[in-house]
Design a protein around this ligand. Structure first.
Ligand SMILES: [Zn+2]
Length: 405
């Protein structure tokens, strides 16, 4: 051990004093509890990463892993050159009470399309203004799942990872799963058992992730063009002691660090937001799951023997197959009386014009009291995903073709 610590580059380059900006109060819950946004330093650098922890108040491992990351890896995080910010407690009332939902009984991670809860509205204000390129959503998952126990298994991956899976989310072909597999490999070198997030369904089938647009990773990828990650740490089982609990928090911390390193190492950062879509583009608005061609490796613990091992699951529903594509119209017109449709779109911050103004421009089909949402705006593809089903109803949204088209 002859290395002179003074020659270590990270010691030389680290400024003597780095002051973090004070926490920013970005909103509050219905009970008045503040929600805080914190950052490592100036948030100008891109890519910008926003970590969101504690959407589910009964999953304290997310906030714990985030705290561990900030305590142990702060110097490295600064050196990555990313704009890093975080909301450590997205559902502070739920965390205080140990409940999954908010005090109003809303599951925050099913509220990203509707934004019925003040907590979700706060998060979306932050997404809109901070404009993150990458969002990491931290959760916890339980070992015991009836459908896995039926096979004699406790689920035993230290960390599960997922990316947005909605078919309308534009990504480099294959890039999504490739990056995920790289992070799984990085973690395996560090002794962390990581795997792809999957659901053991009651019927005995296993499928990857979800296609709904109400969870953070799909909604935020669709609405803001951010690359989104679900990072779940395993809940400790009742028989596991403090050492194993610490190891699990540490595994989730390592997963966060591995993703941040991968983001920082990219030669060209992804743009913060995708370009606004153009009328006439095709967008997949619905999809179903098909069997994936390769088996899915999963870490399990045998209920009888107690041995931990990897199994290769066959027949996993793991490929997203679009079942419906639509050609984007110029705009969607929604009757002002359809509050169930217009309310969420207004809370999502979509731009609109009054129907009478749209018609004056030469467009067709908008009534005076319609709200007209042009598709050519940031996140405009999400309008098609959210309104196409409603546009099949006589009193729902209707498609407006471009003037003269
Ligand atoms: Zn959760």
């Amino acid at each position: 051990m002859s290395a002179d610590v003074r020659t270590l580059p990270w010691l030389k380059a680290e400024p003597a004093v780095v002051t973090a900006p004070p926490p920013l109060r970005v909103g509050h819950t219905s009970l008045g509890t503040p929600i805080w946004l914190e950052s490592l330093g100036p948030i100008a650098p891109r890519p910008r990463v926003l970590l969101v922890a504690g959407q589910h108040g009964d999953e304290p491992e997310g906030p714990a892993a985030l705290r561990a990351l900030l305590e142990q890896d702060r110097v490295e995080l600064r050196r990555l050159g990313l704009g890093i910010a975080w909301i450590a407690e997205a559902n502070p009332d739920g965390l205080l009470r140990g409940t999954r939902a908010t005090p109003e009984g809303i599951d925050l991670n099913r509220d990203h399309a509707t934004l019925a809860s003040p907590e979700a509205r706060v998060l979306h204000r932050v997404f809109a203004t901070f404009a993150p390129d990458v969002v990491l959503d931290l959760h916890g998952y339980p070992s015991r799942r009836a459908a896995a126990l039926a096979r004699g298994w406790l689920l035993d991956d230290d960390v599960l990872l997922a990316r947005a899976t909605h078919p309308a989310v534009v990504d480099e072909p294959g890039a999504s799963s490739r990056t995920l597999e790289e992070v799984v490999d990085d973690l395996s070198l560090e002794g962390v058992a990581a795997g792809e997030y999957r659901l053991f369904q009651a019927a005995g089938r296993v499928r990857l992730s979800t296609l709904g647009t109400d969870d953070l990773r799909n909604a935020v990828a669709l609405r803001y063009g951010a690359e989104t990650w679900l990072v779940e740490g395993r809940h400790p089982r009742p028989d596991e002691g403090p050492e194993e609990r610490r190891r699990l928090v540490d595994a989730q911390r390592r997963a966060l660090r591995a993703i941040l390193r991968r983001v920082a190492a990219r030669p060209r950062p992804s743009p913060a937001r995708r370009a606004a879509p153009r009328p006439g583009e095709e967008i997949a608005v619905a999809a179903s799951w098909a069997r994936r061609s390769r088996p899915l490796p999963v870490t399990v613990r045998d209920v009888r023997s107690g041995h931990r091992h990897r199994v290769d699951l066959e027949g996993v529903l793991g490929e997203v197959e679009p079942t419906r594509r639509v050609v984007l119209p110029a705009a969607y017109a929604v009757p002002a009386s359809q509050r169930g449709l217009t309310g969420p779109l207004l809370r999502q911050g979509f731009s609109f014009t009054a129907g009478r103004d749209y018609r004056a421009d030469g467009g067709d089909g908008a009534a005076d009291d319609d709200l007209v949402f042009p598709v050519d705006q940031p996140g405009g593809a999400a309008l098609a995903v959210w309104l196409e089903r409603a546009s099949a109803r006589a009193d729902g949204a209707h498609r407006l073709d471009a003037p003269g088209a």
